[in-house]
Design a protein around this ligand. Sequence first.
Ligand SMILES: [Zn+2]
Length: 86
Amino acid sequence: MRVVCPKCGREGVVTIHRVRARGRVYEYLAVRHGKETIHHIPRDQVLALEDARELLRKRLEELEAEVEACRKLLSLLEEALSGGDR
Ligand SMILES: [Zn+2]
């Protein structure tokens, strides 16, 4: 499965690693970016590409709404300022 790595933000292939220590089995995820680079990350921090895309879309919509609000406020202020000094 291809995912977005929470450590570096790049795309990679995720694999599950199992480690036995003191009679217990530990599972963790590893994101492989190439032959050399592997990032280990907690399970709950991995985002599938679809989820990452959805989050980015939502964030973009929020930002666009904020920009719109700022533009309105700015034009109101400029109107007020230009009307005031004469
Ligand atoms: Zn990474």
